[in-house]
Design a protein around this ligand. Structure first.
Ligand code: IPD
Ligand code: CA
Ligand code: CA
Length: 255
């Protein structure tokens, strides 16, 4: 199955790459910051058609409305273009993210970094890979020497959950902080040791599903802000190399 997930992620990535920088249609979702382009929709259409053709009994949960609810034990969780704001503004950081669950557990995950042409992939229990090469989280155990990454929800203007206070505290406590704009890539960058930690307050299942498995298979951990285990439907995530997890929890708890 993982080969199929990789294949369709790359095909969707090709649609996105070909659309990058062209004059595509853009619509607003909940507000002027929350965009969807015709390329998001074309990518999703390709992926859902592939699943329906090749795995006709499986359920689908996809960001732009492509949902197939049924009683299958399998569920494909699809973000057809993660990083739409970057894509729409010409910043080449975005991905396709697909996770496949069986009875509520993710068994396969793929994140395709479209412009770098890197496929991150993992199957439950078999490690994590970037273009077929094994990847592992970093070994840094000091928050003060860590570079962290985060993202903001589309209602950030209202300062939900004290988001800016946390941002300030973790900026001061770490070596540096980045905001890339694709949560799926954020997970993968922790998985390969570029970053040591990633947190975000309001993600969706399609942002989390593929990347969470990839990070866990690379030796990392994903919990809520208190260290509790989460599933893909939790909104708040803390994803780290394990070694700085408790130091980040201390700061998240107190802010
Ligand atoms: C967004 C990106 C971004 C994160 C947002 C997500 P989208 O996904 O992953 O990094 O900060 O919370 O909604 O809308 O580009 O698929
Ligand atoms: Ca997303
Ligand atoms: Ca998306």
């Amino acid at each position: 199955m993982i080969e199929d997930v990789i294949k369709i992620s790359k095909e969707a990535g090709e649609i996105i790459r070909n659309g990058f920088g062209t004059n595509f249609n853009i619509e607003f979702k909940t507000n002027e910051s929350n965009l969807v382009t015709e390329i998001d929709k074309a990518s999703e259409k390709l992926i859902t058609a592939f699943i329906k053709k090749n795995y006709p009994t499986h359920g689908i949960l996809a960001e732009e409305g492509g949902e197939t609810k049924n009683s299958s034990e399998y569920l494909w969780v699809v973000d057809p273009l993660d990083g739409t704001t970057n894509f729409a503004h010409g910043l080449p950081i975005f991905s396709v993210s697909i996770g496949v669950q069986k009875n509520g557990k993710t068994i396969a995950g793929v994140v395709y970094d479209v412009m770098q042409d890197i496929v991150y992939s993992a199957e439950q229990g078999s490690g994590a890979f970037a273009n077929g090469k094994k990847i592992s989280v970093g070994k840094n155990d000091k928050l003060s020497r860590s570079v962290l990454v985060t993202g903001f929800p589309y209602d950030v203007a209202g300062n939900p959950e004290n988001i800016f206070k946390i941002f300030e505290a973790l900026t001061k406590a770490s070596r540096g902080l980045r905001r890339l704009g694709s949560a799926a890539i954020d997970f993968c960058y922790v998985a390969k040791g570029v970053f040591d930690g990633f947190w975000e307050i309001s993600l969706n299942s399609w942002d989390i599903c593929g990347g969470k498995l990839i990070l866990e298979e690379a030796g990392g951990i994903v919990t809520d802000f208190y260290g509790n285990e989460i599933d893909i439907f939790s909104r708040k995530i803390l994803a780290t190399n394990r070694l700085i997890h408790n130091s980040m929890i201390e700061i998240l708890k107190n802010n």
